[in-house]
Design a protein around this ligand. Structure first.
Ligand code: AMP
Length: 635
């Protein structure tokens, strides 16, 4: 594109999306060209690059074999095991072919699902790319989720194979995956026929179920010379499913296409992230989250960059570890989360001075609101551009962000900036659905068609896609469920979720899921879960529980015992990530006369704010209960 201003390119992308995206589509290799840029004949479903055939693995790996075969494609660093391994594009290609051959031998082919439940090791990425090569659909489940969460995803995706490891490591502690997998497969109605295990030698008691559980190293040996043909797929063919939480207890399978995603990511690498072939990118997320999919795996590889995959915490062996990696690998683009930076801020500031980070051009932060003190602190310390970007699992890439690759605009702290090309962003009044004025609070919505790379539907449930995202506001727009305001210069400020979703350290959790886990305990009659503001993690989970037997929580010992048991229930079902920071016992929960839980009032009280309009409250005594419980926590 000739040098255009931000405003011009954004306008073009909205007014003539076909023109804008046809040009961007040249960034990837199509085996067969598309006949139409966009088919929006069945709104809100959008199909991008119709009839074009392509392959994500080919574009991320094979395509670079001629130009950069010996350049590192992936660098795997584990500060947990001390392992550090670099894979050139040629080596990555070989490993992906071996993995694809292994999967194919298990019957995995085009359209078949594979669940990847893995720690942050290189084999997880080989498996993702191998699925893409075969036209199979991967669904990576975050390793921090426990058996119940894994089982519900298995039942929704119905995978042919589950790809896992014996264990992951975090903060020096092993997390054994295999017992969680075994438990999940017992719970699941549709378990996969085989489980492939990468045995890292961490779990000395690794149990294998004969006939079902297979050892990856052994299978790989059988396919060392494998060359697996790329499966060219139509642009709309699903590349993956990634489950995310919403307001119901059942996570949604965000379905991504292939061609649109490849084009969107390749474009973002230039316009947003400024990543050039040969540069090194270090994204500190996990492959279980959307940031990991887009900016550890596919984005940097599509751009011919070197991507770092890191297993460990930001503070081990000490808080200088990330900056040591930046220096050693000459990292140019880094991507992390505000919580991680707040964690570092609490550590010895000298850690930041110990390494030469002059290779770093920008630090991107996303996943949760970025507060000004944190942004200033890290940008002063590193002397780099800190770029806040706002997006969602659903969109796959940023909705609001600086776009230095188009035009560097002045930055405003506290704002992720202006709408990204392709996103027709509006702020609507929650009740009237009318656009709000500058500086007024509204719900952030996107006028469809959603640009390439965004979710094409909810896996197996088109109706849920329409109902969840497009049924507010006269069914005409995609709702982000985030509150925001826009200033007179067109900068947006995100003000928090408008639904019952909690954001803990940048990770999305559904209150309903946690409530269901807690309710499954025999001692619980009723429960309300809310997110409470937290200095470090953005929000933490707080639960308000009505015990079945009031006498059981009459004294501190009883309360502590039930609290412990409830924490363990959440750990076991959903994973420690969803564990409440605090459980409060009450005799009554505040509800409306029609029986709807007043979560927002509970949350306000827990944050020391005014509980708001209480005219619909059924029993005012319930609020007093919450107040008292907050004053006298379980212990
Ligand atoms: P997830 O799909 O898990 O990535 O969560 C997406 C949600 O995280 C968004 O809907 C926002 O509520 C929040 N979020 C993501 N990025 C930002 C950001 N830069 N500023 C404020 N909130 C954000």
């Amino acid at each position: 594109m000739p040098q255009a201003s931000y405003a011009d390119s954004h306008r073009l992308s909205i007014e003539q999306p076909e023109v804008f995206w046809a040009e961007q589509a040249q960034r990837i290799v199509w085996q067969q060209p598309f006949s139409r840029v966009l088919d929006f004949s069945q709104p809100p479903f959008a199909r991008w690059f119709v009839d074009g055939t392509t392959n994500l693995c080919f574009n991320a790996v094979d395509r670079h074999l001629l130009q950069r075969p010996d350049q590192p494609a992936l660098v795997y660093i584990s500060t947990e095991t001390g392992q550090e391994t670099s894979y050139s594009y040629r080596q990555l290609h070989a490993e992906v072919n071996r993995c694809a051959a292994v999967l194919r031998a298990q019957g995995v082919g085009k359209g078949e699902r594979v669940i990847i439940y893995m720690p942050m090791i290189a084999e997880a990425i080989f498996a993702m790319l191998a699925c893409a090569r075969l036209g199979a659909i991967h669904s990576v489940v975050f390793g921090g989720f426990a058996s119940h969460s894994l089982a519900s995803r298995i039942d929704d995706a119905r995978p042919k194979v589950l790809f896992t490891a014996d264990a992951g490591m975090r903060g020096g502690k092993a997390i054994h995956y295999k017992p969680l997998v075994d438990e999940a497969l017992k719970l699941a109605q549709h378990p996969p026929q085989s489980v492939i295990i990468v045995d890292r030698g961490i779990d000395q008691n690794l149990q294998r179920v004969p006939g079902r559980d297979l050892d990856y190293a052994t299978l790989r040996e059988q396919h060392l010379q494998a060359s697996v043909d790329v499966e060219w797929v139509e642009s709309s063919h699903p590349s993956y499913i990634l489950y995310t939480s919403g307001t119901t207890g059942k996570p949604k399978g965000v379905q991504r296409d292939t061609g649109g995603y490849a084009v969107a990511l390749a474009t973002s690498m230039q316009y947003i992230y400024g990543g050039q072939a040969g540069d090194c990118m270090f994204t500190t997320s996990d492959i279980g989250w959307v940031v990991g999919h887009s900016y550890i795996v596919y984005g940097p590889l599509l751009a011919g960059m070197t991507s770092i995959i890191y297993e460990g915490t930001p503070v081990r062996p000490d808080a200088a570890i990330w900056w040591k990696i930046v220096e050693q690998y000459q990292v140019r683009v880094m991507f992390s989360s505000p919580t991680a930076i707040r964690v570092l801020k609490k550590q010895d500031p000298a850690c930041l001075m110990r390494h030469d980070v002059s290779s770093l051009k920008s630090l991107y932060l996303a996943g949760e609101p970025l507060d000004e003190p944190t942004a200033r602190w890290i940008s002063d310390a590193l002397r780099v551009d800190v770029i806040d970007n706002y997006w969602q699992t659903e969109t796959g890439w940023p909705i609001l962000s600086a776009q230095p690759g188009i035009e560097p605009l002045p930055k405003k702290f506290g704002s992720p900036g202006k709408p990204v090309y392709g996103f027709n962003v509006k702020l609507l009044h929650e009740a009237s659905g009318e656009p709000v004025a500058d500086e007024e609070k509204g719900v952030l919505v996107i006028k469809p068609p959603l640009p390439p790379g965004c979710l094409s539907t909810v896996w197996g449930d088109d109706a849920r896609f329409v109902k969840t995202y497009f049924s507010n506001f006269h069914q005409q727009v995609y709702s982000s469920f985030d509150w925001a305001r826009r200033d007179a210069d067109g900068y947006y400020f995100i003000l928090g979720r408008a639904d019952d979703v909690i954001n803990v350290a940048g990770h999305r959790l559904g209150t309903r899921e946690i409530e269901e886990a807690l309710s499954s305990h025999a001692g619980v009659a009723e429960v309300a879960v809310v997110g409470v503001a937290d200095e470090l993690k953005g929000q933490v989970v707080a639960a308000f529980v009505v015990a079945k037997d009031a006498a059981s929580v009459a004294d501190a010992t009883g309360r502590q015992a039930l609290e412990k048991a409830l924490m363990a229930t959440v750990d076991q079902q959903l994973g420690a990530i969803a564990r409440p920071a605090k459980i409060h016992f009450v005799a009554l929960l505040p509800k409306t006369r029609s029986g709807k839980l007043l979560r927002r009032s509970i949350q306000a009280l827990a944050e020391g704010r005014d509980p708001g309009d209480l005219t619909t409250l059924d029993d005012p005594g319930a609020l007093e209960q919450v107040r008292q419980a907050l004053l006298n926590p379980a212990g």
